[in-house]
Ligand binder design. Structure first.
Ligand SMILES: Nc1ncnc2c1ncn2[C@@H]1O[C@H](COP(=O)(O)OP(=O)(O)OP(=O)(O)O)[C@@H](O)[C@H]1O
Length: 779
């Protein structure tokens, strides 16, 4: 072998078929296979067949994080071969990329380049069964629901993997014993870290998958239990139907593995049996072998050709158990590939043709088609939905106090809104300079048709508004009071007001300027606060009108004679004196339900994601659509309760005006909650952590409030903003609910059904975006 010059082959960048295990088995374990097969060796294209027949086959995998300018290479043209039925120990220093590699294998991350084959297919493609129950994935995080008992945890993961309840109970009994788990009714959150890890392991072992991927399962686990776990792993791989990939920080425990891959700098330093590695590096400690390999890698001394011979020699020595494989498998076995040390992509062929063995596992269908729109929406599986809905209901039940608190939020928010918004301000200070009646003189007047002390009569009508009329002796003092914010306005009444007013009525169109000026009340307002200024303007004019009516009545003159020539009739819709509470209430009601749903959903989803539960579910084959649908189903009840509570508080406790049908109002509220829920899904799919999701949710709250016509009519915005506003979920729905409440319209009116349609359309859009993000937003 040492005479074989492989450099030409490498230069041609051709993958070679390796010496198969059956060939190794014919070679003496102690000698390198340098003589026998040499003449048979020839370069050959690596076949898809060999890749698909291994449990896992990674070829030229490259994975980077970060932007182009700050790229962090994690996997650097890495090759990995995990034959079926082996225990593969994946070793490497912390941060070398083991978890990244595993999550690429389970289809949760994508490579920048290279190929991964898992159980005969490419993860994520049709027919591959990956993600799915063929894989059992135990992530590094606990990935468990703290509120569940161990028994409930087993039930959930069993149902997810389509197991029957009796089957789960049977397997659980075995695993409780194997992993020495505490009582089945203990809550996961009350267990120690090591116990939780064992529960997580039990959940992974439960359905006996073909491929077990265990990311540091034994951290913090008692050495005795660790040993029984390893015994169990050896036991289940004996039949060659289960394959295990395990990462661990306890290097020595991987001596029991069939193959170990030593990973460093994004590549494998070695991929071989522990015995072969120990022998090759003349040591009895894998750590020492790892150290030697690392030093060699740093020095960059090893030449590829020498590496290739080492691999073949080591592999031959390391796989004596393959001798037992029958002759019928020889040709097939010889096609399997090995990975090169230091990331070399090489293999050596012993036979030129690929021969399919009679007893080989059937291959999954050819799945080169990577993407099909139908894949995203294939029918939801009933066992997934059953497990997810049961889990969500149980979660709500276990968090009942929190849920009750959540029901309290709409009540309190609606109450605060109704208490604080829309009421006319009272008790405002108004400075009054009444030159007709001397300061501090008791301001009395005659209620008959008398033209005396009419300033007092007018001020009486003004005082009906419950403001503080504070007398001042001069205009300067009153103006100073307004400037110092002691008063909101000052009212200046001329000295002979009553007399001049009488003359003005008497002389009519012949009244001169002296009469007109002398009969005129002057108002000076602080207009810095628009709401207060408009309110005072309205109240001062209304007081003047009611004063005129009062005089007309007392003097038996028709009231209309003293009014402006215009008659305000009963309104067609709404009250005669509209209030801001009625205007803003519909939008506020919808916003409350919408945003509570946003935070509730994004919070729940982010917790599931941060704790690795979502990852685990997705790897076991649950789809984004199933997760979202199960949430919608279970949260619908929460939404319904919130919608009812908010509506009852607004309409029956605070008497917000309502002319419409309570059924449409409640339906609109529920739909707003469902839409908020799906928006929450989008936020949790976009964001990497709960904090960012919270920022986005809070950040979108104010734009919604301002742009959706909730506190100000949309008609007051610029044309461009009106267009933007039109496309927001709460604009048409707010207008719709406002029309139901104020006008009593029902679903047949376009304004009303457009609101429902807008919310429905946004719900579907948000749902599609979240499903796509869950499916495609992988690292
Ligand atoms: N989403 C990510 N974005 C950027 N960098 C990441 C991301 N995930 C992991 N990394 C980086 O990639 C490197 C490999 O991480 P990985 O978790 O795969 O290592 P590991 O070998 O599993 O470590 P450990 O043994 O400590 O779990 C680390 O430097 C890590 O900081």
């Amino acid at each position: 072998m040492s005479n074989l010059d492989l450099s030409d082959i490498f230069l041609q960048d051709i993958e070679l078929q390796e010496l198969g295990p059956s060939l190794f088995s014919r070679l003496p374990a102690t000698s390198a296979p340098t003589q026998g097969p040499r003449t048979k060796l020839q370069p050959q294209q690596s076949t898809v067949w060999t890749r698909r027949m291994n449990a896992v086959c990674v070829r030229r995998a490259r994975k980077t994080y970060g932007s182009k300018s700050n790229q962090h290479v994690i996997l650097d043209n890495l090759n990995m071969t995990v034959p079926k039925g082996c225990i593969y120990g994946l070793l490497g220093a912390s941060g070398c990329g083991k978890t990244t590699l595993l999550s690429c294998i389970v289809g949760r991350r994508t490579l920048n380049s290279g190929e991964i084959w898992v159980l005969g297919g490419k993860p994520g493609t049709r027919g591959s069964g990956v993600p799915g129950p063929r894989i059992g994935y135990m992530p590094q995080e606990m990935a468990l629901y703290g509120e569940f008992t161990i028994k409930e945890t087993m039930l959930y993961f069993g149902w997810v993997n389509n197991m029957k309840t009796e089957e789960i109970e049977e397997r659980s009994a075995f695993l409780f014993n194997l992993l020495q788990l505490p009582g089945p009714n203990r809550y996961v959150k009350e267990l120690s870290g090591g116990q939780q890890r064992r529960v997580s392991m039990a959940a992974t072992f439960l359905h006996q998958p073909e491929l077990l991927i265990l990311d540091e399962p034994t951290v913090g686990v008692d050495p005795l239990i660790r040993q029984s776990v390893w015994d169990y792993l050896v036991e289940i791989t004996r039949e060659k139907t289960t394959t295990i990939i395990i990462t661990t920080h306890y290097i020595d425990e991987t001596k029991q593995a069939t193959t170990i891959g030593l990973m460093r700098g994004g590549r494998f330093l070695a991929e071989d049996s522990p015995a072969a590695i120990l022998r090759k590096y003349n040591t009895d400690s894998l750590e020492e072998a790892f150290l030697k390999l690392s030093i060699l890698q740093n020095r960059g001394k090893r030449r590829r050709s020498s590496i290739s011979s080492d691999i073949v020699a080591a592999k031959a020595a390391a796989m004596p158990e393959l001798e037992t494989i029958g002759a019928a498998n020889e040709a097939f076995d010889s096609q399997s590939e090995i990975s090169g040390e230091f990331g070399d992509n090489m293999s050596i062929a012993s036979v030129p043709a690929v021969i399919k063995p009679d007893n080989a596992d059937p291959l999954p269908p050819d799945d080169e088609v990577d993407f099909n729109w139908k894949d995203m929406f294939y029918l939801m599986q009933s066992h997934h939905m059953k497990a997810l809905i049961w889990k969500n209901v149980l979660w709500i039940w276990r968090n009942l106090p929190m849920m009750l608190f959540i029901f309290g939020i709409p009540v309190s928010q609606m109450s605060f809104f109704c208490w604080s918004i829309g009421h006319d301000p009272v008790g405002l200070n108004l400075a009054v300079v009444n030159r007709e009646v001397p300061l501090k003189t008791f301001c009395t007047y005659n209620t008959s048709c008398s033209f005396e002390s009419m300033s007092c009569r007018y001020l009486k009508h003004m005082s009906d508004w419950k403001h503080n009329l504070i007398p001042y002796s001069s205009a300067e003092e009153a103006k100073y009071a307004v400037k110092r914010n002691w008063a909101w306005a000052y009212i200046d009444i001329p000295p002979n007001f009553s007399e001049m007013l009488a003359l003005r009525v008497e002389t009519g169109k012949d009244a001169n300027n002296t009469i007109i000026d002398g009969s005129q009340v002057s108002i000076y307002l602080d207009m810095s606060n628009q709401q207060i200024a408009y309110l005072l303007q309205r109240q001062i004019i209304t007081a003047l009108k009611s004063f005129a009516k009062d005089m007309a009545g007392a003097c038996s003159v028709p009231e209309s004679m003293l009014d402006v020539p215009m008659k305000m009739n009963d309104p067609i819709y709404g009250p005669s004196v509209p209030n801001f509470t009625d205007f803003a209430a519909p939008g506020v009601m919808l916003t409350i339900v919408f945003f509570i749903a946003v935070s509730l959903t994004s919070g729940t989803m982010m917790i599931e994601r941060d704790e690795g539960i979502l990852e685990r579910c997705l790897v076991s084959g649950i789809t984004g659509l199933e997760i979202l649908s199960a949430h919608v189903v279970t949260q619908f009840f929460v939404m319904l309760c919130q919608a009812i509570v908010t509506t009852v508080t607004a309409l029956y406790v605070f008497n917000i005006s309502n002319e419409g049908d309570i059924v449409w109002i409640t339906l609109m509220m529920v739909l707003s909650g469902v839409c908020g829920m799906t928006y929450g899904f989008v936020l949790s799919s976009i964001c990497d952590n709960l904090r960012n999701a919270t920022y986005l949710s809070v950040g979108s709250f104010l734009p919604f409030i301002m742009l959706c016509g909730i506190i100000w009519p949309v008609q007051g915005m610029s044309k461009l903003l009106q267009m933007v506003s039109f496309f927001l979920p709460l604009t048409l729905s707010t207008e719709s609910l406002r029309s139901i409440l104020a006008r009593g319209w029902d679903i047949h009116h376009p304004v009303v059904y457009n609101g429902f349609l807008a919310l429905g359309a946004w719900t579907i859009i948000f749902m599609i975006i979240s499903v796509l993000l869950l499916k495609f937003k992988r690292g």
